[in-house]
Design a protein around this ligand. Structure first.
Ligand SMILES: NC(=O)c1ccc[n+]([C@@H]2O[C@H](COP(=O)([O-])OP(=O)(O)OC[C@H]3O[C@@H](n4cnc5c(N)ncnc54)[C@H](OP(=O)(O)O)[C@@H]3O)[C@@H](O)[C@H]2O)c1
Length: 253
């Protein structure tokens, strides 16, 4: 039996990295999907690939830092698939720069993309999810919610905010809806390569991160996708309001 049979999910940040891996796992497990991102080129390519597995997938392009784009995603789920059960919120940017150098614009773009977008999407989606009597929200936060990194002030603040918001959602909408946050350590995606630019020797920084994990490897997007599936499925039916670190042990090293 497929673990997400009959479920409808919106996945943000599906055009790359972990969101893409989550889309690949969710579709194999029977979910119908709205996948989103700004890049139409990558989004349409992924939509085509996923349709070979299950035709119930639609790419919707747009910038989720804008409130109305999130309503468009919810409307797309309802008009194409008739309901909405799961949100997998992955879209994220770094907004690098020391606090005193960071422009107001970069601060706001980072907070709006990483944090306000969660509020926007949940605001439109939760009333619809509650109609199904059983919903699930999975926020891709970061170990940056608990640990600071050089020149990542907006990123770390947004991720700590995302964890706080997740707990609030879990409290306010239980028992019909579960909400949890995944907190990855260094995962091999384009965002990690960009993040390393905040260090003096970027390649060395990635290698150091790999060596610092207890398991001596970077995470793969599929590691995160398997955890997202666990949280989205009934396998985790007594888990809500929690954060799960998935970091090769780097936080305790
Ligand atoms: N990689 C890591 O080491 C790491 C560690 C901890 C947490 N995370 C978190 O994991 C999540 C996924 O990151 P990733 O590593 O998979 O990065 P990635 O490969 O760069 O993917 C980021 C995704 O976010 C989308 N996105 C960014 N801004 C957007 C916007 N304004 N509107 C719509 N979509 C937007 C991008 O799509 P478009 O480019 O098409 O817009 C892309 O699909 C992020 O929230 C990140 O903070 C990553």
């Amino acid at each position: 039996m497929k673990k997400l049979n009959g479920q409808v999910a919106i996945i943000t940040g599906a055009t790359s990295g972990m969101g893409k891996a989550i889309a690949e796992v969710f579709i194999k497990e029977g979910a119908s999907l709205i996948i989103s991102g700004r890049s139409s080129k990558r989004g349409i390519k992924l939509e085509k690939e996923l349709r070979k597995i299950n035709k119930n997938v639609l790419f919707v392009s747009g910038d989720i830092s804008q409130s109305e784009q999130n309503k468009i995603l919810v409307d797309a789920a309802l008009s194409n698939f008739g309901k909405l059960n799961i949100l997998s919120l992955n879209a994220g940017i770094l907004g690098l720069g020391a606090l005193t150098d960071l422009s107001l614009e970069k601060w706001h773009t980072t907070i709006d993309t990483n944090l306000s977008s969660i509020y926007y999407l949940c605001k439109y989606a939760i009333p619809e999810i509650l109609k199904t009597g059983k919903g699930n929200i999975i926020i891709n936060a970061s170990i940056a919610a608990f640990k600071s990194f050089p020149n990542h002030p907006a990123y770390c603040a947004s991720k700590a905010g995302a964890v706080a918001l997740m707990k609030q959602i879990a409290i306010d909408y239980a028992p019909d809806l579960r909400a949890n946050a995944i907190c990855p350590g260094p995962v091999d995606t384009p965002l990690l390569t960009d993040s390393a630019q905040a260090f003096e020797e970027p390649e060395q920084a990635i290698d150091n991160a790999r060596k610092k994990t207890l398991l001596k490897r970077l995470g793969e997007p599929q590691d995160i996708a398997r955890l997202a599936l666990f949280l989205a499925s009934d396998d985790s039916s007594w888990i809500t309001g929690t954060t799960i670190n998935i970091d090769g042990g780097i936080l305790i090293s």
